[in-house]
Write a new protein. Structure first.
Length: 133
């Protein structure tokens, strides 16, 4: 009986030691999944006449401009500060069809090269017939 108690005690001590070693060797996953303090995440969405055609989440630096994340997500062409094509979808000035954008469903009057984005913003670019309000 004494021998079996020593064996049981030895097994328990061994398991406890093994558990402590495993816990001590584990890495903190929360530190691995966080982004640096100077990084933000912005959702970009493309629409054609109000219908969604693409969406991407983009990681970029704090105080980045709208155009920065857009160019990270898709191929963008612009002329004299005006976006003319995103991912092959081109404006047609003869038909008065242009790219416009909103941030968090609010119309923005600044150009994409001037407007800053914030963490968790949703930027929606819509290719449609322009109607001046």
């Amino acid at each position: 009986m004494v021998h079996s108690k020593k064996s049981l005690l030895t097994i328990l001590i061994t398991l406890a030691t093994l558990l402590l070693v495993l816990v001590g060797c584990s890495t903190d996953k929360s530190k691995q999944t966080t982004k640096p303090n100077n990084q933000i995440t912005v959702t970009y969405q493309l629409q054609n006449d109000g219908k969604q055609i693409a969406e991407k989440k983009v990681h970029t630096k704090k105080n980045a401009k709208v155009i920065t994340g857009l160019k990270k997500a898709w191929t963008v062409k612009d002329k004299e500060g005006m976006i003319t094509s995103i991912d092959g979808h081109q404006q047609d000035s003869d038909k008065n069809i242009f790219w416009t954008y909103t941030i968090n469903d609010k119309t923005i009057k600044k150009g994409a090269q001037e407007q800053k984005v914030k963490n968790n913003d949703k930027v929606t670019f819509n290719l449609s017939k322009y109607q001046d309000d």
